[in-house]
Design a protein around this ligand. Structure first.
Ligand SMILES: O=C(O)c1cc(=O)[nH]c(=O)n1[C@@H]1O[C@H](COP(=O)(O)O)[C@@H](O)[C@H]1O
Length: 273
């Protein structure tokens, strides 16, 4: 999917919501466990109830890998269902990969070609030759971890190298990579105050912002510091939406939580006009 298409969907839906499909069999409604593929049954119900409220879905692959082949199959069915029924929705494989060049190429083929995702999250630690293989794919997006939402972000990411915080180095250096136009960045909602500085380095890039909802980040602050002329934000919530209820009404309750965020986003978009 092109960035222009994503921007037009944001305006059309008045939403820059990304719903995280972090599906955990211990948290889904118990009646679904009778289904042959409970993970897919849950995802399908959530997608059917929420697709009009969001512009992106982000399955975190850990939640699928945790169930081995059964989990990979459910992930495959989920992305196929999205691509077939909602091709206008941006899909993110939250896999946090990155390795030496030829290995990265295999990861890129797996998630972009075999599964058909629009984007993948990548850890930048191994540098240029570990990231560029992902950037080589046309109309596919590589979402580099810049400043993450967790406490551990302060271990390395905010530490200074030559007087510059490492996450700023990641942003600056990545702009020199081949096909850097295909880059987006992860910035945690819990680090919203850093967004003003981040925007000085990457004014035009899309930012994937997880950490509202269960991790306590503020949507208002994220918008205040992080929005650009193209909106430039995909704000993710996973547990805060998909686990709204453990009862048979789980999908409609998830939609209510998604709608509450979408309404706040609509207000933010209005205030930009
Ligand atoms: O790359 C991510 O999506 C990510 C980066 C980050 O800094 N923090 C973060 O929480 N995430 C992911 O975003 C999702 C957040 O889930 P909730 O806290 O349940 O909304 C999980 O899938 C995390 O793995």
């Amino acid at each position: 999917m092109t960035t222009e298409h994503l921007i037009s969907e944001i305006h059309k839906k008045q939403s820059f919501l990304c719903i995280g499909l972090d599906t955990d069999l211990e948290k889904i409604p118990p009646h679904l466990l009778e289904e042959e593929d409970a993970i897919f049954a849950f995802n399908k119900a959530i997608i059917d109830a929420t697709h009009h409220l969001c512009v992106a879905y982000k399955p975190n692959t850990a939640f699928y890998e945790a169930y081995g082949i059964k989990g990979w199959k459910a992930l495959g069915k989920t992305i196929a269902y999205l691509n077939e029924n909602h091709p206008e929705i941006f899909t993110i494989a939250d896999a946090k990969r990155g390795d030496i060049g030829n290995t990265s190429t295999r990861y890129a083929k797996a998630f972009f070609e075999e599964f058909g995702f629009d984007s993948i999250t990548i850890a930048p630690y191994m540098g240029k030759d570990s990231v560029e293989p992902f950037l080589a794919f046309e109309n596919k997006h590589t979402i580099l971890l810049a400043l993450t939402s967790n406490e551990g972000a302060f271990d390395f990411q905010t530490q200074k190298v030559d007087g510059v915080p490492l996450y700023e180095k990641v942003l600056q250096t990545s702009l020199t990579y081949k096909n850097a136009d295909n880059l987006m960045y992860v910035v945690g909602a819990t680090k919203a105050s850093y967004l003003a500085e981040i925007r000085k380095i990457v004014p035009k890039s899309f930012l994937l912002v997880p950490g509202v909802g269960a991790q306590g980040g503020s949507l208002k602050e994220v918008c205040h510091f992080g929005m650009n002329q193209d909106i430039g934000l995909l704000v993710n919530s996973s547990r805060g939406i998909i686990y709204a209820s453990k009862n048979r009404d789980f999908a409609s309750q998830a939609a209510l939580n998604a709608e509450a965020l979408q309404r706040q986003m609509q207000e933010e978009l209005k205030s930009m006009d």
